[in-house]
Design a protein around this ligand. Sequence first.
Ligand code: PMP
Length: 354
Amino acid sequence: MNKYWSELAKRLDPYVPGEQPKDRKYIKLNTNENPYGPSPKVLEAIRDCTDERLKLYPDPTCDMLLSAAAEYYGLKKEQIFAGNGSDEILAFAFMAFFDPDRTILFPDITYTFYPVYTSLFNLDYKLVKVTDDFGIPEEEFYNSPGGVIIANPNAPTGKFMSVSSIKRILDNNLSNVVIVDEAYIDFGGESAVKLVDKYPNLLVVHTFSKSRSLAGMRIGFAIGNSELIEALNRVKNSFNSYTLDRLAIVAGTEAFKDNGYFEETRNKVISTRERVTVELCKLGFSISESVANFIFARHNTIKALDMFRELRARGILVRYFKKQRIDNLLRISIGSDEEMDVFLAEVGDIVREN
Ligand code: PMP
């Protein structure tokens, strides 16, 4: 703490992102990045626009990107908002739709950025306890005093809630906004985007960091009723009009167009996840079904923290959360088949040595 800090800066409890270590080369299975890299067409488009035009500000409306998004989703441009990663969009959405005197609801086990935003924006929240097998009790989200945010599939559990459950939560929150954070939706879940025309209180948030392999470009989208999108634009234009740079706008536009690469790589991740799940079960892990690009696993005898440390010493990073209810589980991102074979071999050694 420093005497020059504002009261706001003092009370913050910032988010801690997963490690991006520089000391040696690791197999990185800790931040849910995509192992396959961006589409070659995206890389080519970025190279083609890396020239003197960078002296000019980017289009603050991201018109080209929103047109590509509108075509992809079959919606109007006015129903889509583009942001500098979905984290930024979530921050804007918390500002645009939640008020300090109205408690919002989210699950006790979920993306740890949500409570961070509540402290930044001075919001009140109540945690809804997920079941022991990480199910989200739908009825507990009915009639929230001030709004709802749910990650679906949830993180770090990978558990999916059906679109019909989301629909019932929306029906029972007609005076609140329900944000559905679908960061991992492309790895097997069913998107709630199809509901946006019917529900003026639904905001769906997507990212290009996972299934499009563009975490380094920072591109995310919010999809919803045009009046919700207008509120996001009001917040954005009171903060920074140029949240997406020129390269990100081009990269995102191209990524929407290269559907073939998107389908091929996400299917590879899904089939690797299924194979690794079976192999880990043979090695003594219990794993609940995941529809994300990671699995959340508990070993039947070896403690998660011990396994985490052993793997790290062998050059493999996974994610360990020192948090009540989940401190004996590891979140393992799905890498390439080669990476996962090394991972499985090391886990096998650790299990035999313990
Ligand atoms: N939502 C969830 C549930 C996430 O796990 C992440 C990734 N950390 C994000 C949003 C943010 O993704 P990005 O800012 O890279 O779009």
